[in-house]
Design a protein around this ligand. Sequence first.
Ligand code: PHE
Length: 452
Amino acid sequence: MDKKRDSFSGKLGFVFAAAGSAVGLGNLWRFPYLAAKYGGGIFILIYLILVLTFGFTLMMTEIAIGRKTGLSAVGAFKKLDKRFGFVGYLACIVPFIITPYYCVIGGWVIKYLFAFLTGNVSAAATDDYFTGFIARPVEPIIWFLIFAVLTSVVVIIGVQKGIEKASCILMPILIVLVLGISIFCITRPGAMEGVKYYLLPDFSAFSPTTVLAAMGQLFYSMSLAMGIMITYGSYMKKDVDLHTSVRQIEIFDTAIAFLAGLMIVPSVFVFSGGSEEALGKGPSLMFITLPKVFESMNFGAVIGVAFFILVLFAALTSSISLLETNVSIICDKCHMERKKATILASAYIIIVGAIVSLGFGPLDFVKIIGLGLLDFFDFISNSVLMPIVALLTCISVGFFIKPDFVYEEAECNGKKFKEKKFYTIMLKWIAPICLVLILVFAVSEAMGWISV
Ligand code: PHE
């Protein structure tokens, strides 16, 4: 057990640190490609509804669990109710699945930063630059290693110094830059088509898959259903208002994702046409589209460098929070020294990440339920495990542990928890029912029992 738990200083310190965990590749890389793939406006609409309902409920609950108990997921659930200790363990598996492939993509970001720094802008803007790069056996692994080691170093240095300072300075700069780039993109000839696709919901494009994708993205982007917000809550001081913080994180996270989409989706229309194929590029979308945008800009090389530096920092603050969660679990559970725990977790990440990276090259024949390695890891965590953890969190807190402690946490500064009723109905009924439906759907689709 660590006796002296670091805590975040100041009221905004917590929000910035949690936002630093939440804002990352999920917003900048994952959200735009999902929005492009799943019908633009309809995806955005569903996502927004989910943020305000599911996202709010789960984030309130998780941070309250952490602050109430002062422990990470496993210990926290056990302390609240012995029977639900397993939910904590289940939640802990998720960061172990995500971190390796997160670092692989972090490596791609460093590669592009390097390409822009060395003046290879036009080369990076060509269509096969990306596909050629990820298919190589060794190069992507080297960039991945650089990213993974960077992450570990910051975690070894400690919570406050590493995370808080970096996020406080860099997040606002990132927002300004993303805003600037999206204004540039939507004023290009032909971009209006894309802006319409992005903003106007086309209800005929609705399908349960859209909801599943949006829900997985919600968990991923807000770092929910994986113990992370519980850990962060355990570092949160009592005088910080829970409800306000949750709202601020939500707005921050969603605004950045929205802007990132506004920067990428219309650009797909401008530079590659709005065909289904161009929009459906998946994980590669950001790396294929953005270099084209930068190439067409005055001072594009400089803006590109600045952009990839900031994306790198956003990715790092997130990967740090992923690794931090693992380390804090290992420390709490195995009574292991922090440094040793970090090294152990890092070694694991490096081995699994390298395999995921090879999945685009020499191992690209490996397909599990029809998915490549990265997509498979992504599917298992976002579409299966996270909904299960979210479901168990809602049921255990709603019916067994009882949400009184969440109300208490929300009201501990003499404030009134205005959305108490709404929160409780969401927690006990709406969220669990929707989660069960979503899970059944996800598994049926993956197993090929149904096709949409
Ligand atoms: N939420 C972060 C993002 O949007 C990523 C992340 C996922 C961080 C899972 C921690 C845990 O990029």
